[in-house]
Design a protein around this ligand. Structure first.
Ligand SMILES: [Zn+2]
Ligand SMILES: [Zn+2]
Ligand SMILES: [Zn+2]
Length: 128
């Protein structure tokens, strides 16, 4: 990997870490002020997913969002949290509460990628 690519990787990782929520590639592109093209951002994000650094969230709006993984290892994602998309402010969050899934006997969950949409705590507060 070239120096430039390594720098791009760390910049993208930085914006994901800085963000307390799941962000879309558009947001990342915006944060990098257009210095990095779309294809490169996608490639880096896919790599991060494979490495267990980042997970992909497909929102109920059909868009992809990316969030930092807390306890994942390479090729081995382990998630049991919901994602929440606020239909008012548009943020997508990883909810840290663990979800107990009620699966049929003999099934073992490895990765859970559910999205709930609604209004976040800030938006329910200011709506009043
Ligand atoms: Zn993960
Ligand atoms: Zn909101
Ligand atoms: Zn998540």
């Amino acid at each position: 990997m070239s120096v430039r690519q390594t720098k791009t990787k760390s910049l993208i990782l930085e914006s994901l870490q800085k963000s307390k929520q799941a962000i879309s590639h558009e947001t990342i592109q915006h944060e990098l002020e257009g210095h990095v093209d779309r294809a490169t951002i996608y490639r880096v994000l896919n790599r991060f997913c494979e490495e267990g650094i980042v997970h992909r969230v497909v929102g109920d709006d059909g868009k992809q969002y990316f969030a930092i993984c807390l306890n994942c290892a390479e090729q081995h994602h382990q998630h049991n949290h919901f994602h929440f998309r606020c239909i008012s402010c548009g943020k997508v969050e990883c909810l840290q509460q663990e979800i107990a899934l009620n699966l049929p006997k003999g099934y073992k969950a490895q990765n859970f990628n559910g999205v709930v949409s609604g209004y976040c705590d800030l938006c329910t507060r200011t709506d009043k």
